[in-house]
Ligand binder design. Structure first.
Ligand code: GDP
Length: 424
């Protein structure tokens, strides 16, 4: 069976932990979109890891970890991460890389930095990992597929052609040093040596795996609201964050995705710019940020403080719907145990009209949160294993959220560890 683990919100919902947990019963874990721009934090028996490109299944001996064709593959970053995991005692994971995955080129990272510099105060808050220039080139049909690394003549000719336009921009728009085709060729040859043992036809592999009855997990990055079509465009990421894209970014039939586990955090956090209706500020935000996640809400890739907010039922209902959710995993609930009362955003007031439907960005900018306050439970719920053993107000919070979003919360995460989970 194929399952997807995806985010309902702005990312950082705790997908890494849920994937790591579900990976215990999986044979194959596939990354199908995004790149090294976001990260998952995973706590397990080997320690605490921030993964950016490696699938979250790398900690199990029994799983195969796959980089699908939809990923923006930064080869040196991938192998740095791989080597770090192995050097910290994790058995060498089984890896496969799609021959159709495209490569983040050194100049994608440069263009990402130069463009953010050029935009100054109007920048997108990019992590400068080259993701937007990478996907622009992919759809402009001047990207490099992993398979192309294995043909020297083709590669040389294409590099010459592609850097011509890049150099015009570098010279006249950014006033930066120009690219050299020979140097880039050498760099790509070193990439080839790194990936060669792992490259394969991933869609053929997955087709057979489905026939053999294997358990396959598709691991999403970021969340619904960062999707380029359905999210808060233009403050989105450059590849689709939706489970549906799993079929494309991994190369398997859409009807094989039977379960869509959408991860939804018990409060909100976001990185980068863009409308964030239930955002909070000042001491209230600082306290939630400090207590949030496992050791605070700071970016796994950049270390920058995340923007904080109360749980947003409007955004989460939409986020779950657009994913095609079959199950909600409600995470980081333990963090809210310090609050006397917990505000929840139940509607958006847009110029005097209240709606519970998530609007497109131009209206979203005008939305004010309609808050409802629920009583807190004022206890530490970590370690609880059964739903009935949760404090009454905590259950009421879960049930209220479930009713508002309209999708079943079947898992509740009450701590960062693999076993901090309550099934319902
Ligand atoms: P992801 O990108 O969606 O995987 O999310 P992140 O890894 O950026 O953020 C999740 C953070 O919360 C990580 O530090 C996790 O270890 C932590 N975490 C996940 N689930 C829980 C939970 O239920 N409780 C607490 N306290 N932390 C959690």
């Amino acid at each position: 069976m194929v399952k997807a683990v995806v985010g309902a919100n702005w990312g950082d919902e705790g997908k890494g932990k849920i994937t790591d947990m579900l990976a215990q019963e999986a044979d194959i874990i596939v990354r199908f979109q995004g790149g090294a721009n976001a990260g998952h934090t995973i706590v397990n028996d080997y320690g605490k890891f921030a993964l950016h490109t490696l699938p979250s299944g790398v900690f199990y001996g029994h799983t195969t970890s796959i980089i699908g064709n939809g990923v923006a593959l930064n080869i040196p970053v991938f192998f740095k991460e791989y080597n770090e995991v192995v050097s910290r005692g994790v058995p060498a994971p089984k890896i496969l890389i799609s021959n159709r995955a495209q490569i983040v080129m050194p100049y994608h990272i440069l263009f990402d930095q130069y463009e953010e510099e050029r935009l100054g105060g109007k920048s997108f808050g990019s992590t400068k990992s080259g993701i937007a220039p990478f996907y622009s080139d992919k759809y402009a049909k001047i990207g490099f597929q992993v398979s192309e690394l294995f043909d020297d003549d083709y590669l040389k000719e294409k590099l010459q052609r592609v850097i011509q336009t890049k150099n015009v921009l570098l010279e006249h728009l950014y006033h930066k040093p120009l690219l050299d085709a020979d140097e880039l060729f050498k760099e790509l040859v070193s990439y080839r040596e790194m990936v060669a043992p792992y490259v394969c036809d991933v869609s053929a592999y997955l087709w057979q795996a489905i026939r053999d009855g294997k358990e396959i997990l598709l691991e999403g990055q970021l969340g619904s609201l960062k999707d380029p079509d359905h999210g808060i465009y233009p403050m989105v990421t450059s590849s689709s964050t939706l489970a549906a894209y799993g079929a494309i970014g991994a190369g398997l039939p859409p009807y094989e995705i039977k379960k869509i586990v959408t991860v939804c955090k018990a409060y909100s956090s976001a990185v980068g710019a863009g409308a964030f209706v239930s955002e909070i500020f000042g001491d209230e935000a600082d306290e939630l940020r400090r207590r949030g996640g496992d050791g605070g809400e700071y970016g796994a890739t950049t270390g920058r403080p995340r923007r904080m907010g109360w749980f947003d039922c409007v955004a989460s209902k939409y986020g779950c719907r657009i994913q095609g959710t079959t199950d909600v995993a409600f995470t980081v609930l333990d963090v809210l145990g310090y609050l006397d009362e917990i505000p929840v955003c139940v509607g958006y007031d847009i110029e005097g009209e209240v709606t519970t439907e998530f609007p497109p960005t131009c209206l979203l900018e005008k939305a004010k949160p309609v808050l409802k306050t629920l009583p807190g439970w004022k206890t530490d719920i970590r370690g609880i294993k059964k739903y009935e053993d949760l404090p009454e107000n905590c259950r009421k919070y879960i049930e209220f959220v479930e009713e508002q979003i309209g999708f079943p919360i079947t898992m509740i995460s009450n701590g960062p560890g693999r076993n901090d989970i309550i099934y319902r």
